[in-house]
Design a protein. Structure first.
Lengths: 256, 260
């Protein structure tokens, strides 16, 4: 099967799914409160986008995801570089890092609201905490997986530790770091939305809670659709960045 | 660093009673040895006879426990960065183009200047890879990669080149071509070479002297009696075959695993 054919099949399957859904809502007795038809969800979405109802919420969630990502990436990348390069420090700190990851972070959300109040701060903290671990883990893996012979080359050429780390280990580990970034972006969205569930009055997550309490199922679906679209945009952005940056990386070429 | 090294036959590198042990096992055993400018020395011996450690010591990657190693009369205390080193594998960085790979030794030390680019162009021409200046390592054949790694070792205009079985993974024809190219470059620029190999014919064709190594020291030296300029035809001369046979016999005799 060639690539084009597969894309067409995927597209047709998606259309079929929506059509079956639409017919189910029309020809069965399922209440529209339980399962609204795709057409009504779509019109709710278009209406909301048309009169600007959704924009402040999209912006809110996006800014939480963005700042959470920035913080999480800085912490994960920085921590990964330190723990990856200095094995002594790694042995001391890794148990704590692991422990902090095994604690279900979403269960910490109520605590964050107590500490940081309502609003976007607890959401940003939660998001960054969730993004932190995959970045840390992949950065450590990236540094561990450097080619020993290339390190020898750098040593023969008189490179210092800092040069070996930044010019060799980090760059040769970029495919790993990017895979961490892709996971982080998707997780960031989950973090932001779930923490909005618990203590926010704005944002797409908060909108879902409002929809639930007012039995506005089409709005819940519309919000889910927007969250998905946001996630897709972020994921494709990272993929695009990756394919641009890694166009000469051997790992990337193997995948292609 | 300025070296008093203009004399044509000055000593570049000298080992004085060097010993090196690893995990209580003596790897290098009271070794004394010198190499002069423009001299091509080949090193032959069984795996584990200490050749790699010898190269690590000569390049300053490891420091001996006893004895002294001097580079231009000065004691080595860390990696000597103005030597050229060629590994068994080309060890090119995949994310860098050919020109970036070759300029890497300079980039690590300082900013790249216009003169470096002139040197780069010259090396690309000499090594016959000028068409590949903007290619990436995965676009090159094995022989081309080897050429790039040699160019990278030469970009600093080193007085000494250390090569650890650089042609071991190449096909026979490419290997012969690169041997001829290498000896020409080294003769033209009066570069000393430490060349580790398993191939006796390669050692004889390239070098002025073959050092036979066993259990951490040089057990026999062979001065090679061939013309200064090594033409491909030399490989078929009876003189060449005799010397190859002599070294192979010595290898069979001496090259037994040690039972110390």
């Amino acid at each position: 099967m060639n690539n084009k054919f597969q894309t067409v099949i995927s597209f047709l399957l998606g259309i079929c799914f929506i059509l079956i859904w639409e017919m189910l809502t029309h020809f069965t007795h399922i209440s529209s409160l339980v399962l609204p038809s795709p057409s009504s969800i779509f019109s709710t979405l278009l209406n909301g986008l048309g009169n600007g109802f959704y924009f402040p919420h999209i912006l809110q969630t996006f800014s939480e995801v963005f700042w959470g990502l920035v913080l999480g990436i800085i912490m994960g990348l920085g921590g990964g570089l330190i723990l990856g390069e200095f094995t002594g420090i790694r042995k001391v700190f890794l148990p704590f890092v692991l422990l902090s990851q095994i604690v279900p972070k979403l269960a910490l959300a109520p605590l964050f609201i107590v500490w940081f109040g309502f609003g976007s701060l607890p959401c940003i903290v939660m998001t960054s905490l969730i993004c932190f671990f995959p970045m840390l883990e992949t950065t450590i893996t990236a540094i561990d997986n450097v080619d020993a012979q290339q390190v020898r080359l750098f040593k023969v050429l008189g490179a210092n530790r800092y040069q070996i780390l930044l010019h060799l280990k980090v760059i040769s580990g970029m495919p790993y770091i990017f895979s961490g970034l892709r996971v982080s972006v998707v997780l960031a969205l989950v973090g932001a939305v779930v923490s909005e569930f618990i203590g926010a009055s704005k944002g797409l997550g908060a909108l879902i809670i409002v929809g639930q309490s007012s039995m506005d199922t089409p709005m819940i679906f519309a919000s889910i659709g927007l969250i998905t679209a946001l996630g897709l945009c972020l994921y494709s952005l990272v993929s695009l960045l990756e394919s641009f940056y890694l166009k000469n990386h051997p790992h990337r070429r193997q995948i292609q | 660093m300025k070296h008093n090294s203009n004399a044509k036959n000055s000593i570049i590198l000298e080992f004085k009673d060097v010993e090196f042990s690893y995990l209580n096992q003596k790897v290098i055993n009271s070794l004394s040895w010198t190499i002069r400018r423009g001299e091509f020395q080949a090193f032959i011996g069984r795996s584990g006879c200490g050749k790699s450690t010898f190269l690590d010591l000569a390049s300053g990657l490891t420091i001996p426990q006893t004895g002294v190693i001097e580079y231009h009369g000065q004691k080595i205390v860390g990696p000597i960065s103005d030597i050229g080193f060629v590994f068994q594998q080309p060890t090119l960085l995949d994310w860098m183009s050919v020109s970036e790979n070759i300029l890497l030794p300079i980039k690590i030390k300082r900013l790249i200047s216009k003169i470096d680019f002139l040197k780069l162009t010259e090396l690309l021409n000499v090594l016959g890879i000028e068409k590949h200046i903007n290619s990436f390592p995965w676009q090159l054949s094995g022989g081309q990669k080897s050429r790039v790694s040699i160019a990278r070792a030469l970009i600093n205009s080193p007085q000494i080149l250390m090569m650890d079985e650089p042609f071991a993974s190449l096909d026979a024809i490419t290997r012969d071509e690169l041997q001829e190219l290498l000896i020409n470059i080294c003769r033209t620029h009066n570069i000393a070479v430490i060349f580790v190999t398993h191939d006796v014919q390669e050692a004889v064709f390239l070098s002025d002297r073959v050092c036979l190594m066993a259990s951490g020291c040089f057990v026999e030296y062979f001065e090679i009696d061939l013309p200064q300029i090594r033409l491909p035809e030399i490989r078929f001369a009876s003189n060449f075959n005799e010397q190859t046979a002599r070294i192979k016999m010595a290898l069979l005799r001496k090259d037994k695993p040690s039972h110390e």
